[in-house]
Ligand binder design. Structure first.
Ligand code: PLP
Length: 409
C-alpha cells in the first residue's frame, strides 16, 4: 500500500498533509515517502526471495544521497553508469563489493576510479572497452573483475526511447560477438570475466520478454562454456502510472530464475530503479496562472520540463492531482503546462477537472524515478528542493539550488 494517499479529501504523504508542507516550504519541490521506498525494496526482494539476489539499485533513477542511504540500510548495492554516480554510491556508504558499473562510453578516468575502488563488476559493453580496462589494470591493480553485457535482441514492448535490448540498440555485445569475445578472453591477462549481464529496457509491464531473455542467456552461456560466477539480469520492471497499465507479474519469472540459478550455480544480480522509487514521490507545484485558450483552459504551474522531464522526453503520462479534492467541476478541457519556453513543456490534459483556482497547489504523481535525477537548469532555472517525509518528520534532502551561484559560476 502506498503511503501517498487522500485522507478526507486531503492528499497526505505518510502523516504529513501536503497542504501543510506546501504552506511551510516554497513550491515547487519533490516530496518523498520514506516508507514507500522501504516497502518497494522489500516487495521487490520478496518476489525473488528464494533466489536471494544481490539488488543493485540503479542510481540513475534517483541519485539523492539520502535516498541511497535508505536503500543501503536495506542491504542494497548500486548499479552506476558514471564516475559521479559511483562516487555518490560510495559516499552513501554502499560498499564497493556491491557496486556494478554499466554504460557504453565509460571514460578512462571513470574506469581508473572503478579499478582503484575495486568494485564488484565493471560490465563492459565492447571489446575495445575490455582492451582499455586490461591496459589500465596492468598498470594499477592487476586482475580486475568484469562482466560482459549481452544484447539479447529481444523486443520488450515499451516506449521506443527506453528500449535497450534490440540488435539496433547501442547496448551490449551481439550474441555472436559475445561468444567470440569469450573464446578470446585469455588474451586479456588482467581481466577476470565473472559475469554476464543483460538489461532489456525500462518500464516493461509484461514478464514475457524477461522469460525470453533468460532462455537466450541459457543458450549463450552453454555456448561460451564459461562458469559465470554472477548473472546480472538488469532492471526495467515497470510500474503502473495510469489507469489501465498492466501490472507485471513476477511469480513465474521468479521460479524460472530460481531454476536457472541452480542449473548454472551462479549468484543472481538485479538492477531495479523505477520499481524501487517510482511511486515514492510527488512534485508539489502551485498554479501560477489560469489562462483561457481558444478551446481549452491552461493551468500554468510553477514547475516545468526542466524540473520533471519525463512527459517531454518520453511522452510519459503522469497524473496531476489536486492536493485538496472537491466535488465541483470545470467544463471542457484543462491542460497542465509549465513555464519553460518550449511547446513540449506540458504535462497532461483532463476533461471536466475539478474546480481549481490560481495559487492552488497540485501534485504531479509518481515522480520518484527519473524525476530529480533528470532535471536540469534549462532556462537558467535553479534545481528545486527535495524533501523526505518519514511518518510526520520532514527533512530537506536537497536544498533548492542558489540562483546567484548558478549565474555566477
Ligand atoms: C537504467 C538502467 C537500469 C534501471 O532501469 P529501471 O527501468 O529503472 O529499472 C538497470 N540497469 C541498467 C544497465 C540501466 O541502464
Amino acid at each position: 500500500m502506498s503511503a501517498i494517499k487522500y485522507k478526507n479529501n486531503n492528499l497526505f504523504v505518510e502523516n504529513a498533509s501536503v497542504k501543510n508542507v506546501a504552506s511551510k516550504y516554497k513550491t515547487p519541490f519533490y516530496l518523498y515517502s520514506n516508507s514507500n521506498i522501504v516497502e518497494n525494496y522489500k516487495s521487490f526482494y520478496g518476489n525473488f526471495k528464494k533466489v536471494d539476489p544481490l539488488i543493485c539499485f540503479s542510481v540513475k533513477a534517483n541519485s539523492n544521497i539520502k535516498i541511497l542511504k535508505i536503500l543501503k540500510k536495506m542491504g542494497s548495492g548500486a548499479d552506476v553508469v558514471s564516475g559521479g554516480e559511483l562516487l555518490k554510491a560510495l559516499k552513501s556508504g554502499i560498499k564497493p563489493n556491491k557496486i556494478v558499473f554499466s554504460g557504453v562510453g565509460k571514460t578512462e578516468e571513470e574506469l581508473k576510479l572503478a579499478i582503484k575502488k575495486n568494485i564488484l563488476l565493471i560490465n563492459i559493453e565492447s571489446e575495445n572497452e575490455a582492451a582499455l580496462i586490461n591496459k589500465l589494470a596492468s598498470k594499477m591493480r592487476g586482475k580486475t573483475s568484469i562482466g560482459i553485457r549481452l544484447n539479447p535482441d529481444i523486443n520488450a514492448p515499451t516506449h521506443k526511447k527506453i528500449s535497450t535490448g534490440k540488435a539496433e540498440d547501442k547496448f551490449g555485445l551481439s550474441k555472436k560477438n559475445l561468444i567470440e569475445f569469450c573464446r578470446n578472453i585469455k588474451k586479456f591477462e588482467n581481466l577476470k570475466l565473472e559475469a554476464i549481464s543483460v538489461h532489456i529496457g525500462s518500464q516493461i509491464l509484461n514478464e514475457n520478454p524477461y522469460k525470453k531473455t533468460l532462455k537466450v542467456l541459457a543458450e549463450i552461456i552453454s555456448k561460451t562454456k564459461i562458469n559465470f560466477k554472477f548473472v546480472d539480469l538488469g532492471g526495467g520492471f515497470g510500474i503502473t502510472y495510469k489507469k489501465g497499465d498492466r501490472k507485471i507479474i513476477l511469480k513465474d519469472y521468479s521460479n524460472l530464475v530460481e531454476k536457472f540459478m541452480k542449473k548454472y550455480n551462479c549468484k543472481i544480480i538485479f538492477e531495479p530503479g523505477r520499481t524501487i522509487v517510482g511511486n515514492s514521490a510527488i512534485l508539489v507545484a502551485k498554479i501560477q496562472y489560469l489562462k483561457k485558450g481558444a478551446n481549452k483552459i491552461f493551468a500554468i504551474i510553477n514547475a516545468g520540463m526542466n524540473d520533471f522531464m519525463r512527459p517531454a522526453l518520453y511522452d510519459a503520462i503522469h497524473n496531476i492531482f489536486p492536493i485538496i479534492k472537491n466535488k465541483k467541476k470545470i467544463k471542457g478541457t484543462l491542460e497542465f503546462v509549465g513555464p519553460i519556453c518550449e511547446t513540449t513543456c506540458k504535462f497532461i490534459k483532463y476533461k471536466n477537472y475539478q474546480k481549481i483556482n490560481q495559487s492552488d497547489y497540485v501534485a504531479i504523481m509518481d515522480v520518484g524515478a527519473y524525476g530529480a535525477s533528470l532535471s536540469s537548469n534549462y532556462n537558467t532555472k535553479p534545481l528545486i528542493a527535495e524533501l523526505l517525509v518519514s511518518k510526520k518528520k520532514i527533512t530537506i534532502i536537497r536544498r533548492k539550488q542558489d540562483l546567484l551561484k548558478l549565474i555566477n559560476n
